[in-house]
Design a protein around this ligand. Structure first.
Ligand code: ZN
Length: 200
C-alpha cells in the first residue's frame, strides 16, 4: 500500500501540482528481459526511464529482498460481487490481488446474478475502478444465468468491454449451443473458455 501511495504521489505531478517526480526502487531483484538481476529502477513522471546501479532520485524506496517487475495479470479470479459478498467482494479481492503483485484481474462471471448482460459487466468494472487498486476486467457468461440453456446477452457484454466468455464451473453441455456461442464470439473477436468436463 505504501508503494501504491508513492505512485499516486508521482502521478499527481502530471496534473501540475509537482514540477517533476522521480522515484528510485532500490536494490530489488528486477525481473527484466534478460532474467532476474539486482538493480535500481528509476521512475520519472510515472514511467520507467532507467534500470541500473547507484541511481538517485528525490524519493527512494528500499526494495532489498523484494522482486521488482511488471504487474502480474490473473486471468481467473472469483470476486463474488454482486451477490455473494460474504465469500469475497471486489474490494477484498482487489486488496488481495494488489498485495500479491497483481495489477489486473479477470473476474469470472460466477456472481449472483451471473455476469450475463452489459449492465452487470459495467457494474463489476466500475466497482473495480472505485476501489482503485487493480484493473478488474469482467468475464462474461456464455449462457443466461450460466444455466446452459440460452445464450447470454453476448452483444451487450462485448459492448461493455468483455473479451473473455465463460460459464466457468458450469460446463456448457449442449454441443450445438456451445458451437453457436463459439461462432458468434469468434465473429466478435472474443475468446471462449470452457471447463471441458463431463459433470455426469
Ligand atoms: Zn473458476
Amino acid at each position: 500500500m505504501e508503494l501504491r501511495s508513492e505512485w499516486r504521489f508521482c502521478s499527481d505531478s502530471s496534473e501540475g501540482r509537482l514540477p517533476m517526480c522521480e522515484l528510485v526502487l532500490q536494490g530489488g531483484v528486477v525481473l527484466g528481459p534478460d532474467g532476474p538481476a539486482v538493480a535500481d529502477v528509476l521512475i520519472r513522471e510515472g514511467r520507467v526511464v532507467e534500470v541500473g546501479g547507484q541511481l538517485r532520485a528525490e524519493k527512494v524506496i528500499d526494495c532489498g529482498g523484494a522482486l521488482v517487475g511488471p504487474g502480474f495479470v490473473d486471468l481467473h479470479v472469483h470476486f463474488r460481487e454482486p451477490g455473494q459478498e460474504w465469500k469475497e467482494d471486489i474490494e477484498s479481492g482487489s486488496r488481495s490481488a494488489s498485495a500479491g503483485g497483481f495489477t489486473a484481474v479477470v473476474a469470472m462471471a460466477n456472481t449472483e446474478p451471473a455476469t450475463d448482460a452489459g449492465h452487470l459487466a459495467r457494474y463489476v468494472q466500475e466497482r473495480g475502478r472505485e476501489v482503485g487498486l487493480v484493473d478488474v476486467i469482467p468475464a462474461g457468461a456464455i449462457t443466461l444465468g450460466r444455466n446452459g440453456e440460452h445464450l447470454a446477452h453476448l452483444d451487450e457484454l462485448w459492448k461493455a468491454g468483455v473479451r473473455l466468455f465463460s460459464d466457468d464451473g458450469s460446463t456448457v453441455q449442449d454441443a450445438g449451443l456451445l458451437r453457436h456461442a463459439m461462432e458468434y464470439i469468434s465473429d466478435l473477436g472474443g475468446t471462449v473458455a470452457q471447463h471441458a468436463e463431463d459433470p455426469g
